[in-house]
Ligand binder design. Structure first.
Ligand SMILES: Cc1cc2nc3c(=O)[nH]c(=O)nc-3n(C[C@H](O)[C@H](O)[C@H](O)COP(=O)(O)OP(=O)(O)OC[C@H]3O[C@@H](n4cnc5c(N)ncnc54)[C@H](O)[C@@H]3O)c2cc1C
Length: 474
């Protein structure tokens, strides 16, 4: 047992921990970081990055099908899951190396180890039972998949294992209705796996704008994903070749795999936080103030372990702000408003600001603009897929308070819209912005007519197709 003293000990080398360690070191702090699995954390190793690579892989199916309408003829393409996984793993290893060398170049000591707190200033590092004394401790341990307590739940995989399946099953049942469940349903469906998405609630993607939820459900069904809502698993039994699932209503389903994507819990178990005087919330998350300080004066926490907005860029921003505040002499509080977010389903969702139901609560007079249309590409591909765009405007200030897109490249659009909305863009600013033609995104700056609920619309107000065309051109 060796005693080491550091200015900052970071538990967890994920998105938040790595950024905090690097920036604190750049301010001259002596920094040590412990990582029990792989440097880079969830996002790089088994989250955003490998997920997006699999999403890309799954979308080639559409490209091959759509190509015919543009004159291409392809001999029947084949797909090799093990080649995809090997290439993905090589890229992840490369990124892990970059994260590691970034830390080393900054002078941070990396411990390939699990760390637990003995008290507010002492960390025990395992294996080796090494004791480290730290002036400041940052907990950046992220989250872990949570599984429901169905009998036989141990037979199911989570997103962690989905990235390493030895082979693709013929069919899969994905349990959950959040973005990870929906994204994996798209991945497996695109790769030719018969996919069921089973969700206990009435509609997938709770918290998102209702029209995005309905619109995406419709598109997933068209693609052959069996979206089953108001259903829950009771038991899972394994036979030699497949899994027999019994639902709570007694119905039985046979499937090649079961995957749970039923939420994530903050990683605070067994960390010794109580002994160090760190207060936890109901879900086990570390409670922090605007500067990410916990109830213990010298212990801070950033990222998913605090269960604020569980996204990589947010964890990075919180880690950076922590380092600026504590080691850079410049207090920075992270603004969690207007965080753009995406669901990398196929088609995808990009969204920033409030969904309609929230905006209605906040703004007494809300104007809604929306467009539902077939994108130009699909006039020739003949794909039966429609795009949805929706702007929510506070009629009082004319500020755009919600921007929601369902369709190809929606995530890229949401990122750009977020800049405008952060600058306080009003609907007149969107209108005054020149359209970029021909794009789908131009619809966001050419929506002129407020949407009127069908019941409130006087019969005479419905424009003829010719009127509608001329209004649009005007
Ligand atoms: C499948 C999936 C897809 C996702 N897709 C997106 C996306 O598209 N966009 C997006 O913005 N976000 C996405 N996320 C969320 C994103 O990955 C997280 O918000 C982000 O990684 C949080 O960063 P963090 O630093 O809080 O924790 P993490 O990145 O989870 O890092 C925590 C690290 O701490 C380590 N650790 C835990 N306990 C200990 C201990 N006691 N000692 C030492 N080390 C420990 C863990 O091994 C881990 O490496 C996705 C997540 C998942 C699971």
């Amino acid at each position: 047992m060796t005693d080491t003293e550091v200015d900052l000990f970071v538990v967890g080398a994920g998105s938040g921990g790595v950024r905090a360690a690097r920036i604190a070191a750049s301010y001259g702090a002596k920094v040590m970081v412990a990582e029990e699995y792989r440097v880079g954390g969830t996002c790089v190793i088994r989250g955003c990055v490998p997920k997006k690579l699999l999403v890309y892989a799954s979308r080639f199916r559409d490209d091959f099908e759509d190509a015919a309408g543009f004159g291409w003829s392809l001999s029947s393409p084949s797909f090799d899951w093990s080649a995809l996984i090997a290439n993905k793993d090589a890229e992840i290893a490369r990124l892990e190396g970059l994260y590691r060398s970034g830390l080393e170049r900054a002078g941070v000591t990396i411990m390939q180890a699990r760390a637990e707190l003995a008290d507010a200033h002492t960390v025990i590092v395992q294996p080796g039972n090494r004791r480290v004394t730290a002036r400041v401790i940052l907990v950046a341990t992220g989250g872990r998949p949570q599984a429901p307590s169905a009998q036989g739940a141990g037979h199911a995989i989570t997103s962690n294992e989905a990235f390493h399946l030895e082979s693709l099953p013929k069919s899969i049942m994905i349990v959950g209705g959040g973005y990870i469940a929906v994204e994996f349903a798209g991945i497996f469906n695109g790769l030719g796996v018969e996919t069921t998405l089973l969700y206990r609630g009435p509609k997938i993607l709770r918290g998102f704008d209702e029209e995005l939820r309905d619109g995406l459900t419709e598109e997933l069904l068209k693609r052959g994903i069996d979206v089953v809502c108001n259903a829950e698993i009771a038991t899972i039994d394994k036979s030699w070749a497949h899994y027999n699932v019994t639902l709570k209503d007694g119905s039985k389903v046979e499937t090649g795999r079961v995957m749970f994507a039923t939420g994530r819990a903050p990683n605070t178990r067994g960390l010794g936080l109580e002994a160090a005087g760190v207060a936890l919330g109901e879900k086990g998350e570390i409670k922090v103030d605007a500067y990410s300080r916990s109830s213990a004066e010298n212990i801070y926490a950033v990222g998913d372990v605090t269960d604020r907005v569980n996204l990589t860029p947010v964890a990075i921003r919180e880690g950076h702000a922590f380092a600026d505040t504590v080691f850079g002499g410049r207090p920075v509080a992270v603004d969690h408003e207007l965080v753009p977010t995406a669901v990398f389903s196929t088609p995808e969702i990009g969204t920033v600001g409030m969904p309609e139901h929230k905006a209605r609560e906040k703004y007494p007079r809300l104007d809604i603009y929306k467009a539902r249309f077939r994108p130009l590409k699909h006039t020739l591909s003949q794909r039966d897929e429609r795009m949805l765009m929706k702007l929510l405007v506070d009629a009082e200030s004319d500020r755009v308070v919600g921007c929601h897109v369902l369709g190809a490249d929606a995530a890229e659009m949401a990122q750009m819209a977020a800049i405008a909305m952060r600058l306080g863009a009003r609907k007149v600013d969107f209108d005054a912005t020149m359209a970029l033609h021909p794009t789908a995104a131009e619809e966001l700056v050419t929506m002129r007519e407020k949407w009127i609920p069908p019941t409130a619309k006087p019969a005479a107000a419905k424009p003829t197709p010719a009127e509608a065309r001329s209004r649009k051109q005007g």
